[in-house]
Design a protein around this ligand. Structure first.
Ligand code: HDE
Length: 725
């Protein structure tokens, strides 16, 4: 039965506030056990009535509503009366239910949880939430795609947002990052152009959630600083398997300041406990259609079943001397500091253990502001970051309708006693607080109880000498646009390199203007010959481009293995999903062994049957299905099993969805387990079984299958099913 969220009217009136409190839910709802009583309006209709005043539906002004089904009319078949304030209020509120979606990162999903530091970080920062390992700081996290509108799908090729709001004792700290450690551009001045280029083209309104179109690549090909980021976006990082299996990065260089006022530079990293894993492009495309909510469902389901996603916070802390030795500028957001140069210090864990109660109130209304920092954390002069410090506050004014958006529950500083903030700012749209007294200014002598400045604990910026010529220019130290792009490609495994070549080829094949494709090929030639030649061959446009002369000649930097996902992929099924396709008469013993193994490996297992009612096993037991063949294609699972019986296999082999199910699983490089009886389906799909296709009938075969599945995809199969390009 659905949870009701009606608030007791008495409490509502007494507080004068609309506190939505599920635990006070009293309104009866119909379910199979308690059918709703017939209402007064029309015999035979079912709706819900109550005689308890505290359970009444009311208007927004607290007036109880007698009939929520019918409008007030002049004559039963006559026109509706303007007098009907109940109808007018209901429609007016509905008409204004939507707020503007985010200009970027419109599609996302959120969850609550906590952050806990492993041990005091007092040697590098005075930030209160990084001191006490016994203390948990409440957080709200929102993951997102960037380009698509709020109703788009979860799995396009795109950057993912990874925004964390820490409700600390010293106010809210927002670490508003992405799953990629560098960015497209170096200066905030170019952000509107970048976003206009990637969003649907303005005349036609498409494509949705896709960079594979002319305006994006036109802009990209004319913006050399974008090249490093393009390598990441064309890599598997841009198609994560799950928000639970994705790294996060603060991108910019920030500063940490300790209690003595010593400041050091820092880069922020999030590392998922489940390891980093990506989809294959063909999977991502198919998931786009079969489950557009793939990532938000995955996060919701994991939290709901108690598998709380966890991430470690890692810091790269370095001083000015180290910064001076680097061959790039730490203020340039298109560059990263390899872990070999400045290693990560793992300082604490983030645990997501709460699904939201209401998507709109929390996930939609949350407002992240990179300008929200607490004492002990400060900004660098990165010009991209500096622009962000303005933009986020500004965008909330139109998105959330005024200057009091910080009072929305999800945005309020709930970690500290001040909640809504404590100062002399007043009034404005949607003011929820009722400040008392005569004094709304400072300094004042009329009310000694009003708040005062706090030089000891208050936020103060670390002193920094500033002198320079006022000029609108890009620093020469930002000019090397190719070396780290080349380093990224060189750090990938062969498989990952092939995927990057395929992604460029796919995207550029969708570009209609040949000159744009040629300009991009010229950039790729500056990055890596293998990359260039692979893409040029796939486009069929070899040797036609004019060279682009880099301002700074690209250098060969040493490969950095942590940049590769596959090089550090964990061998585990934890948090992954096994899909088991069954037919009537399937082996109950095999399913039991699979369930046991899945449990031990902390994997989820779903039973898929041709019909939603389930199937009957070889012992005559009815086994319910979690999903059906058509609602659960194999691309929704990490590994699959076909437990068909002799009598059931004939039906499966005659159905295209079943043949596609196994063919796709093979094409997506999954480990496939099957009963001996299921072999005809593999033959029908025309597959050449390899070591990743395993008969589960022999003794111990289920154990071997689970071990093989822990290794992830059967990468050795890829050259046989797909070539780069
Ligand atoms: Fe954002 N960005 N951004 N961005 N960004 C927004 O803020 C902006 C940048 C990021 O889940 C907007 O509240 C500018 C880098 C995330 O609610 C907007 C510039 C990084 C989210 C905005 C950048 C990000 C946003 C849209 C260049 C990674 C979603 C709605 C100067 C470090 C937060 C909103 C959420 C959202 C502006 C560049 C991450 C328009 C001007 C770099 C994760 O204010």
């Amino acid at each position: 039965m659905r949870k009701t969220t009606l608030t007791a009217r008495g409490a509502l009136c007494a507080l004068g506030l609309l506190t939505i409190n599920p635990s006070s839910a009293q309104s009866p709802e119909p379910d199979e056990k308690s059918p709703a009583p017939p209402g007064p309006a029309a015999a035979g209709e079912t709706h819900q009535i109550t005689e308890k005043p505290e359970a009444s539906i009311t208007t927004n002004h607290g007036i109880p509503v007698a009939d929520d089904q019918n409008s007030l009319k002049a004559g039963i078949r006559g026109p509706v009366l303007l007098e009907d304030f109940i109808l007018r209020e209901k429609l007016t509120h509905f008409d204004h239910e939507r707020i503007p979606e985010r200009i970027v990162h419109a599609r996302g999903t959120g969850a609550g949880g906590y952050f806990q530091v492993y041990k005091s970080q007092a040697d590098i920062t005075k930030a209160a939430f990084l001191q006490n390992p016994d203390e948990k700081t409440e957080v709200f996290v929102r993951f997102s795609t960037v380009a698509g509108q709020a109703g788009s799908s979860d799995t396009p090729r795109d950057v993912r947002g990874f925004a964390v709001k820490f409700y600390t004792k010293e106010g809210n700290y927002d670490l508003v990052g992405n799953n990629i450690p560098v960015f497209f551009i170096q200066d905030a001045m170019k952000f509107p152009d970048l976003v206009h280029a990637v969003k649907p083209e303005p005349d036609r309104g498409f494509p949705q959630a896709a960079s594979a179109h002319d305006t994006f690549w036109d802009f990209a090909s004319l913006t050399p600083e974008i090249n490093h980021m393009l390598m990441w976006v064309m890599s598997d990082r841009a198609i994560p398997r799950s928000y639970r299996m994705m790294e996060g990065f603060g991108v910019h260089t920030f500063r940490l300041v300790d209690a003595k006022g010593v400041s050091r530079f820092v880069k922020f990293h999030w590392r998922p406990k489940l390891g980093t894993q990506s989809l294959l492009w063909d999977e991502a495309v198919k998931i786009y259609g079969s489950d557009p909510d793939f990532h938000r469902r995955d996060l919701w389901d994991a939290i709901a079943r108690g598998d709380f996603p966890e991430y470690e916070l890692g810091l790269q802390v370095f001083d000015q001397e180290t910064a001076d030795k680097l061959d790039f500028d730490i203020l340039d957001a298109t560059k990263l500091i390899p872990e070999e140069v400045v290693p990560l210090r793992m300082v604490g864990k983030l645990v997501l253990n709460r699904n939201v109660d209401n998507f709109f109130s929390e996930t939609e209304q949350v407002a992240f502001l990179p300008s929200n920092v607490v004492p002990g954390i400060e900004f660098s002069n990165d010009p991209l970051l500096q622009g962000r410090l303005f933009s986020y506050q500004d965008t909330q004014l139109s998105r959330l309708g005024g200057p009091n958006f910080h009072q929305l529950p999800v945005n309020s500083a709930k970690g500290c006693p001040m909640g809504f903030g404590q100062n002399f700012q007043r009034d404005g749209m949607h003011q929820m607080a009722i400040p008392k007294g005569r004094v709304s200014y400072e300094p004042n002598s009329l009310d000694q109880g009003t708040p005062r400045e706090n030089p000891a604990r208050g936020f103060s910026s670390v002193p920094e000498v500033m002198n320079g010529v006022k000029e609108r220019k890009r620093s020469e130290t930002f000019a090397d646009h190719y070396s780290q792009a080349r380093q990224f490609f060189a750090s990938m495994t062969e498989i990952e390199q092939a995927h990057i070549i395929s992604a460029f080829s796919f995207e550029l094949s969708k570009v209609e203007t040949p000159a744009i494709r040629l300009r991009m090929l010229a950039h790729l030639a500056n990055i890596d010959a293998k990359l260039h030649d692979g893409v040029a061959a796939a486009l069929g446009m070899r040797d036609k481009e004019l060279p682009i002369q880099p301002k700074v000649a690209p250098r060969d930097l040493p490969p950095s293995p942590p940049l590769s996902i596959l090089a550090k992929a964990p061998k585990t099924l934890e948090g992954r999903k096994i899909g088991v396709l069954v037919t009537d008469g399937f082996s109950s013993a095999a399913l039991a062994k699979l369930r046991e193994g899945a449990k031990a490996a902390k994997a989820a297992l779903e039973v898929i049957a041709p019909k939603v009612g389930g199937a009957t096993d070889d012992k005559g037991n009815a086994v319910p299905a979690d999903r059906t063949l058509t609602t659960a294609p194999s691309h929704l699972f990490d590994t699959v099993v076909i437990l068909a019986s002799q009598s059931g296999i004939e039906d499966l082999t005659s159905q295209a969805p079943a043949v596609d199910w196994v063919r796709d699983a093979f094409g997506h490089l999954k480990v496939i387990g099957h009963s001996t009886e299921a072999k005809p389906l593999i033959d029908k799909a025309g597959l050449q079984p390899d070591g990743g296709v395993m008969d589960l009938s022999p003794e111990n075969a289920v154990g071997s299958y689970l071990e093989a599945a822990k290794a992830g995809r059967v990468w050795a199969r890829e050259p046989a099913v797909r070539r780069p390009g």
